[in-house]
Design a protein around this ligand. Structure first.
Ligand code: Z5A
Length: 211
């Protein structure tokens, strides 16, 4: 593989993305691939500082400023980290990417979806994931899984917000073949098997995701 691949993981809070990325990274490394994992917002000093601003429950941020801060963190990450890794032939596993902005700031907050696509395009220079794994769970399950931990600014939005975000993701998956929906309520190991199978088929060219 001369050029790397960008595989993003999406889903509402607590969907299991972080858990699954770790397992997939190990499985791909065992198969001999160079793999890097990163999270959004984050992954560079600037992007991590923006993350702190965005998730701090004490901050009141208006929706457009919020969208632009996510875009700023993403622009820095893509330029400094993602593009160089892809140029080296690395498989980049991203815990959230452009679809989070459409789902959360678009379907969740109600900002213009078209405007957010343009903002994503500006931030990334048009970089899109090659494949996206969408872990679908009910908001109630996500909330149960996160019981006992402190809720950040976005997590405090509640179940109706999470359901709008979830429906936004499902709507995107209906029209974007690169997004593969996987039932995130299954046992962890079962989900890992499905993801490894999907990604392995994709790497072999046996899974078509073009529109
Ligand atoms: N956001 C946005 O609004 N716009 C944007 O453009 C971007 C992001 C990029 C980032 O926070 C926040 O920013 C996020 C969206 C918003 N909203 N919030 N909050 P984050 O990175 O801190 O949060 P997150 O991405 O939502 O991660 P998370 O809550 O940690 O969830 P996760 O990574 O998907 O799940 P996990 O850590 O793997 O698992 C959560 C728990 O469930 C854990 O105890 C696991 O052991 C358990 N788990 C995992 N899988 C299972 C299964 N299958 N069964 C049972 N239990 C499980």
């Amino acid at each position: 593989m001369s050029k790397g691949l960008l595989i993003s993981f999406e889903g509402i809070d607590g969907a299991g993305k972080t858990t699954q990325i770790k397992t997939l990274a190990c499985a791909l490394e065992d198969q001999g691939y160079k793999v890097s994992t990163l999270r959004e917002p984050g992954g560079t000093d600037i992007s991590e500082s923006i993350r702190d601003l965005l998730l701090d429950a004490r901050n009141q941020i208006n929706p457009m400023a919020e969208a632009m801060l996510y875009a700023a963190a993403r622009a820095q990450l893509v330029q400094d980290v993602v593009r160089p890794l892809l140029a080296q032939g690395t498989i980049v596993l991203a815990d959230r990417f452009i679809d989070s902005t459409i789902a959360y700031q678009g379907y969740g907050r109600g900002l213009s979806i078209e405007g957010l696509h343009q903002l994503n395009h500006l931030a990334t220079g048009g970089l899109q994931p090659d494949l996206t794994i969408l872990l679908d769970i009910l908001p109630e399950s996500g909330s149960r899984r996160r019981q006992g931990s402190l809720f950040d600014r976005i997590e405090q939005e509640g179940l109706a917000f999470q359901e709008r975000v979830r429906q936004g993701y499902l709507e995107m998956a209906r029209v974007m073949p690169r997004i593969r929906v996987i039932d995130g309520s299954l046992p962890v190991e079962k989900i890992s098997d499905i993801i490894i199978d999907v990604v392995t088929r994709f790497l072999k060219g046996d899974l078509r995701v073009e529109s």
